[in-house]
Design a protein. Structure first.
Length: 49
């Protein structure tokens, strides 16, 4: 697997895990929800470029 493809796959996996974490808002609270949401936004901006 090429390096770029491996990076994209790992970013996709991180986005999926972050989405599951963000959906558990009632378990984790507001602050972690916002931080992980911000990280998800950054990961998504990496996949678009």
């Amino acid at each position: 697997m090429k390096t770029k493809a491996a990076i994209r796959l790992s970013v996709d996996i991180l986005i999926t895990l972050a989405l599951l974490f963000v959906m558990g808002y009632q378990f984790w609270g507001e602050a972690p929800h916002e931080w992980v949401g911000t990280g998800m936004f950054l990961f998504l901006s990496l996949t678009i470029y």
